[in-house]
Design a protein around this ligand. Sequence first.
Ligand SMILES: [Zn+2]
Ligand SMILES: [Zn+2]
Length: 340
Amino acid sequence: MSARTESAATASLAASCGDATSAATTSLAASRGDATSAATTRAATTSAAAAGAGASRWSAINWTNSAALIGVHLGALAVFWTGVSLPALVALAVVYWIQIFGVSAGYHRYFAHRSFRTSRAFQFVLAYLGAAAAQMGPLWWTSYHRRHHAHADDPRDVHSPRQSGLLWAHVGWVLDANSAQMDPRYVRDWLRYPELRWLERRRWLPPLTVIGALAAAGALLERARPEWGAGPLQLVAWGFFVATSLCYQVTFCVNSISHRFGRRRFETADDSRNVAWLALLTNGEGWHNNHHRFPSSEKHGVAWWEVDVTHYLLRGLSMLGVVWSIRTHGQRVDGEGKAR
Ligand SMILES: [Zn+2]
Ligand SMILES: [Zn+2]
């Protein structure tokens, strides 16, 4: 991408976010992408300073994120009012699975690590599915995850249990005002895509799509199969609020549990660990120590018994020609990382 294109793309994002360019709002500009190189320099400096000061934590509450996160968990309590049915449990399983796929295959292995290649159309599908998990937009997610790998467990890592404790690494950092800011330096390769910038600004749309589809399915079932006991509110409660709450928690566990508890196959410089039960719940993301050793590898399970469903799915999609150029750790694992 040419510097001009990149600048234009970044400027577009900045403009779309209603950016301000005054010196007084440098930090805000940094988080949203300012067009000028001078501002970018200030942005980097400001961002680095914020990152360095990150260890002190709790700058202020991010009310938008906090309200959304708490609201989703409170919404899950509606199941005590709506009751349960087989279609509701099916909706829970299907949406949870889609959200995990969107985050694991899309946000993480594709956008953050570019572990494989795909078409521009499926790239957008992956971004949309990832955003359906209501974990912010693909650019925000990728920015923070790349920063995590660049500074894993050092003071600039925004969610390190070593630096700030388990609770902060799990959820505290998401609720903090500093985390509303995205550092565009980490996502320059993606800013050139207008559809990704469009989705970033409308990150609420995929979750609303899920809610709308569930409500419609529930209304149809209520009319067509009243004996099944399903309805729109029930399907939304289980299919969106419970599924999204679970997806939040297992994703957060990768940042907290997988950097504190579990087994270390590789002596990486960070505290990453493999956690089998979390790998099962996240379709392979729990093999986090393997992942930190080979971050660009699409395959997170190293031993044959390390179940990595996202890897199996991506292999299947590669056979269908949907994805290609999959990157693996190859033979490099030999001789250093015996199963343990
Ligand atoms: Zn990590
Ligand atoms: Zn990663």
